[in-house]
Design a protein around this ligand. Sequence first.
Ligand code: BGC
Length: 736
Amino acid sequence: MKKSSTLRVLLVCLPALFLLASCCSSVFSDEAMEKKIDAVMEQLTLDEKIALIHAQSKFSSAGVPRLGIPELWTDDGPHGVRPETLWDQWTSALWTSDSCTAYPVLSSLAATWDKDLARLYGRSVGEEARYRKKNVLLGPGVNICRTPLCGRNFEYMGEDPFLAGKMSVPYIQGLQSNGVAACVKHYALNDQEFERHHTNVHVDDRALYEIYLPAFKMAVQEGGAWSLMSSYNLYQNQYVSHNSRLLKDILKGEWGWDGAVISDWGAVHETKGAAEGGLDLEFGSHTNGVDKNTANAYDYYYLALPYKAGLLEGKYSQEDLNDKVRRVLRLNFRTLKGDYNGSFCSPEHFADSRKIGSSGIVLLKNAGGVLPMRADARKIVVLGENAIRPMVVGGSSSSLKTKYEISPLQGIKDAYPDAEVVYQRAYQGEPKLTGNYNYGLYDLTDPRSDKQLLADALAAVEGADYVIFFGGLNKNKYQDCEGRDRTDYHLPYGQDGVIAALAAARPDMIYVNLSGSPVAMPFTDDVAAILQGWYLGSETGHALADVLTGKVNPSGKLPFTFPRELADGPIKTERQYPGIEETKGTWQAYYDEGIYVGYRWYDKQDVTPLWAFGYGLSYTTFEYGKASLSSGTMGKQMTVKVPVTNTGTVAGAEVVQLYVSACEPAVDRPVKELKGFEKVWLEPGQTKTVSITFDRDALARFDADAHQWVVDAGSYKALVAASSRDIRAEASFRVK
Ligand code: BGC
């Protein structure tokens, strides 16, 4: 090589070496990072900028090798790290080294009401993502449970924005402490799966700001999320991925967020909207990624060649382009820093999963103290298809391949190694898993008729010390699954009748409901005990058995209301849900209920739900003392204190909830709203004083006309509660 060309090579490579070196340093202040972004921006060609802002495979986007900027790898999310897929397809790549730890679903994490556990969850799953070299884990989801029928309630954190937001914050921080970005989804108003690509949401600004946006705001501002996913639906007749009001004005403007907006997979529909609406990184266009062009389909992404052509013609602004590139670089530089490798499927991770799982189980009924189960049980009859059905696979994009999954039946057997454990399924649902790639498939087909299945179950229960029925939904299509809402609030496969028949034979039967959404339970009075058992991942059976046997005292509380019947809830018309197909192919969903979602609705109507928001029992009892406030007048903030005593005989944890209520509101307001919660552990007889601090913002309402948050003067109440329907103490204060 000639001297001059050696020099040229050095000159070209030096900036790359410099950039690479600073990229890999483990201490990376915001200022240093912004400087580095400036330096990179100066060197990037238009083609390199374009390459950074759209996918190059199903789950990755390109880096800039010349400048030492690595590729960006994403993966689902949120309950574990999804198995590898083929480059251009959704189907499994059939690796043998990608079986992960499966964690409990997010609705059950919300049911723990435990911020420390949310942090543990984020940190633990983040270690797995780091090990798998993912820059971005696609989660958590914080959409509001507007209807029990939404197919993805299990991936979200309930019906209340404060709870969902506050539980997402530590999850995000724990996850990102591994150098793996959270991607908070699905922003915004993706509250149903029915026609999710074609539904235009009509919501007034008050409900938007008070109900549907706060969890996202907390996730980005308090949690510091590095990325966020724009949703499939439309808002104000514009796809959210092109929606400058949601993305530019609110998210990046009002909230001052500096992260990157990643489109949901296939949520981009045109170049102009994607260029100008505030989207930063395009994923999943053209479905399988290969139909558009024989050479390279990814060049035909809306933010690829078509965008480049428009930029060259001067149709799109350089400012928008540069903003996207800067944000994607920031995301890239924030992630996978340092020399830490993460860890995968460690015993600690399975232990984390079990601990989080058992802490989110909610004891709904325990007549005559049938639970916890006695250690000396000799014969236990386990019933129900969900006792044997794998549930880690299913649900669509959050479906996982796990190293092992303990079924509820196995959990009982492990807890009672010396007892006779008899199993009968009692009913048959869909025996196969549908719509879930090519891993974890199973076939539970049973040749017996429904009548025979029930008869065999009835015959089995005789003489049993315990009869436990594991039923509910199953993450198959239409049963807690992405892309399809449920079509019925009642349990599928005739379970209502089967449970009632079995409970008639054994009124001491324990019913364990596995679902990620509220369901009807018309058999509530017929059974002795009810547990909400969710989908708990790899350690499902052990976590459930821990609570059934009393090894763990249940302390979960519901993150959403279970109405008796769907008709009791706020959604009364087709126009509200699932929406009306006013023009062919587009549904209009009118959120006519406004801010009255979940308990806000049941409070307003004074309708008693089957199980209220915030409700859950324990094997012990708690007594609340008098509440006291740090001041009688609201300053910047205020603290409410209440002594709580464990009045029973076993140790346990209580979730103390704080609701705030305006006494004579100037405008229509919810009867009360959750504004604080703490989980407190108490030994028998022990008393602890629980302190919950809240600030002026907790009292604010959104004035849509003035487009601002307003705190009205007047009197308010701080309500200290064991559930939204069980106020234990209150104290009044004024706002001047
Ligand atoms: C889902 C997202 C998911 C993405 C990638 C989409 O269909 O809505 O939640 O992260 O696919 O799998």
